[in-house]
Structure formats: C-alpha cells, structure tokens
Design a protein around this ligand. Structure first.
Ligand code: HEC
Ligand code: HEC
Length: 325
C-alpha cells in the first residue's frame, strides 16, 4: 500500500495543473542532474545541454538531447578505443589466422625467410604488436584502406600497403595477396581494428609530429648516437643478434637493415619515430633537435638500395627527405 501511494504521488500532483507540472519537471531534473553532469563532462554538446537546462530553456535542452543521441553518442562510441589486444582470440579458423598473423609480424625474418631480405620484424617499428600510438599503430587502419597515397600516386589497398613495407622496410619481396601469410597478417590487423569506425584513422597514426624546419647538424649525430643509442644498437648500428638468429635489438644500418626506399630511411620520418619511441622505454626524452641529428646520422649509414625509389611520387610532391640513393 505504502509503496503504491508513493508511486502515485507525483502523478496525482501533475494532474492538478501547470504549476505542479513545473514542480514535477524540476524534481525529475534534480534527479537527473548527476547523470547530466557525467554526460556533460564527456562532450561539449553535453555541456550545451546542461547549460540549456540550467538556464531553464527546456526546448533548447530537448533539442540538444536529440543532437546528443543522434550524433555525439555514436561519434563518441566510434572514437572509443579498440578492444584490448590481450582479449581471447576468436574461435575457429579465424582465431588460428589471427594467431598466425601475430606470430608473423613479431618474428617476420624467421617466419618468412624467402620473402624477407633483412634481419627485421614488423613490430620493431610498429611497436607493441602494432598497437602503440605514434609507432604507426594498426588498430583501426583496417577501415581506412583503400586510401590515396602520394608516394604511390594512386589509391592503394591494405595488401599493397603491407607489401610496400615488405619490399622496403623488410628489404624483401611482395607477398601474394592470397598467400597464407598475407591472409594471416590481414586477419591480425582486422582483429586489432575491431570496434573502430570505418574511415577513421587511429589516434596517434603514423609516428607523431616533428618540426621539419630543424636542420640536422652533421657533427652532433654521431655524438647523440654514442650517448643514447649505441649501448643497445651497438657501435656500428649492427644490432644484437641472439644465437637463435633473432635480433634482441634490431640493426639501424648496414646490409641487415631497411633499404633506401623505406619510410624509416627519411630523416624526418625516422626523427619522429625516434623522438616519440627511442631510446626504448624513454620516449620523448631527447630534444627534437637531437632526434633530427641522430636520425640523419642513422638513416644515412650504408644500407640496401631500392632502385624503384625514383618512381615514387609519380605526380610530384616528393618530400625533401625522400631518398633515391
Ligand atoms: C623499419 C621500420 C618498419 C618495419 C620493419 C615495417 N614497417 Fe610498416 N611502416 C613503416 C613506416 C615508416 C610506415 C609509414 C608510417 C607513416 O605513414 O607515417 C609504415 C606503414 C605501415 C602500414 C600503414 C600504416 C598506416 O597508418 O597507414 C602498414 C599496414 C604497415 N606498415 C605494415 C607493416 C608490416 C605488415 C610489416 C612487416 C611485414 C611492416 N610494416 C614493417 C615502417 C616499418
Ligand atoms: C634500451 C635499448 C635501446 C636504446 C637505448 C635504443 N633503442 Fe632503438 N630499439 C630498441 C629495440 C629493442 C627496438 C625494437 C623494438 C621492438 O621490437 O619492440 C628498437 C627499434 C629501433 C628502431 C626501429 C627498428 C630498426 O631497427 O630500424 C629505430 C630506428 C631505433 N630503434 C633507433 C634508435 C635510436 C636512434 C636510439 C638512440 C636515440 C635508440 N634506438 C635507442 C632498443 C633500444
């Protein structure tokens, strides 16, 4: 009895006229305040809704809720981080492929000895299994290809993009699009991208920014290298290879490194990667100028050639740091 009385309370009072409606709305509004606050903190629109309500402008408030539900919430959901790469793999053949893809990208030189022409693995540059922001993350890139790339001068597929890294970063040969290895890498990247919106670049895509007006100082490069890099990458940039053939620290130049056509062979691309990721475990510890100095030094060490580099940027716009030799 008591319970039903309580429940019927506001209903009875709202029947009594406009004044009581206002009381009821105020009380509902009070109860919702906490929820609004939460929403409001999330988005500017939410703040707008809150402001409208505070100002007592109900119509504008309701209109803004519509905007919130129609646009902002889906957008916020789309921007949500992809699911954790630690989550369990999918069941069945797809799970097997995702696992194989993960193995290939983190042990590429040994997994694909006929296709890879150096000592690297994909995740030496695409750090943390391709999930690290500003280390060219793959989380979400499934849905951004096909994409126009000026270096290719055309729209390319994700397969073509992967093969660009195979031929340049891995100094190797392209994988057949229907090969088991390519399908496994695609399965892994698609799984990493689950839950991200099609057409939306992952946050921290690429390697982050670097001031391209900084001019490399040739005398500083080797000094920065000796001080901050040589302990791991070794005096001649040759890296540290274990007895199983796998590099514990990858080479930075020499015959086992990426070739001249690789993005990492460009001074400012390498500088951005270095600034935001190296020395490993101490990101953003170098000055941008030191990163540019050491990037110029390591990229211009001897490395495998890539004769087709002169065909890059066929429609012009070749960046100043792009290499031919
Ligand atoms: C020597 C470093 C290096 C290695 C090793 C490497 N990549 Fe890359 N990768 C790059 C660079 C540089 C880019 C261009 C990043 C940018 O757009 O700023 C890139 C871009 C990509 C992209 C496109 C990312 C995007 O946001 O558009 C994919 C996919 C990719 N690599 C896959 C691979 C795969 C698969 C492997 C191993 C077979 C691999 N990469 C090995 C350096 C590397
Ligand atoms: C504590 C050891 C350590 C230090 C110091 C260090 N690195 Fe690295 N570096 C690594 C490891 C390990 C990787 C591969 C990361 C992985 O596979 O997860 C790497 C990857 C790289 C790569 C991409 C892969 C390649 O071989 O081309 C570059 C470029 C690089 N480091 C440059 C530098 C520069 C320049 C410095 C000095 C400013 C530096 N590193 C300092 C350990 C280190």
């Amino acid at each position: 009895m008591r319970r039903s009385q309580r429940l019927s309370g506001p209903v009875t009072s709202t029947r009594q006229g406009p004044k009581n409606w206002a009381v009821a709305i105020r009380s509902v509004r009070r109860r919702c305040d906490a929820a609004w606050l939460l929403l409001a903190r999330c988005t500017e629109q939410g703040a707008g809704v809150l402001r409208s309500f505070m100002a007592g402008n109900l119509t504008r408030g309701v209109a803004r809720i519509a905007v919130l539900l129609g646009f902002v919430l889906p957008a916020a959901l789309a921007r949500a981080a992809p699911p954790s790469p630690e989550r369990p793999l999918p069941e069945g053949p797809r799970g097997v492929a995702v696992q194989e893809g993960r193995r290939i990208v983190s042990d590429t030189a040994r997994a694909l000895p006929d296709s890879v022409g150096n000592g690297l693995v994909c995740t030496n540059c695409h750090l943390k299994g391709g999930t690290a922001s500003r280390a060219s993350p793959w989380t979400g890139i499934w849905g951004v290809f096909p994409e126009y790339r000026a270096r290719n001068g055309k729209l390319i597929t994700l397969e073509e993009r992967i093969n660009d890294c195979m031929e340049r970063s891995m100094n190797g040969r392209p994988l057949a699009y229907d090969s088991e290895a390519m399908v496994a890498i695609l399965a892994y990247i698609q799984w990493l991208s689950e839950g991200t919106a099609t057409g939306t670049s992952p946050p921290g895509r690429g390697f982050g920014t670097i001031d391209e007006k900084l001019i490399p100082r040739p005398e500083r490069g080797p000094v920065v290298y000796a001080e901050h890099c040589a302990s791991c990458h070794q005096a001649q940039g040759e890296g540290l290879q274990g007895s199983d053939g796998r590099y514990a620290v990858p080479p930075l130049w020499g015959p086992r490194s990426f070739n001249v056509g690789a993005g990492m062979a460009r001074t400012y691309t390498a500088a951005a990667f270095i600034l935001h990721n190296m020395p490993l475990g101490q990101p953003d510890s170098l000055s941008a100028q030191d990163a540019v100095d050491v990037a110029q030094f390591i990229t211009h060490g001897s490395r495998p050639a890539f004769p087709r580099a002169k065909e890059d940027w066929p429609h012009g716009g070749r960046p100043v740091d792009a290499r031919i030799d």
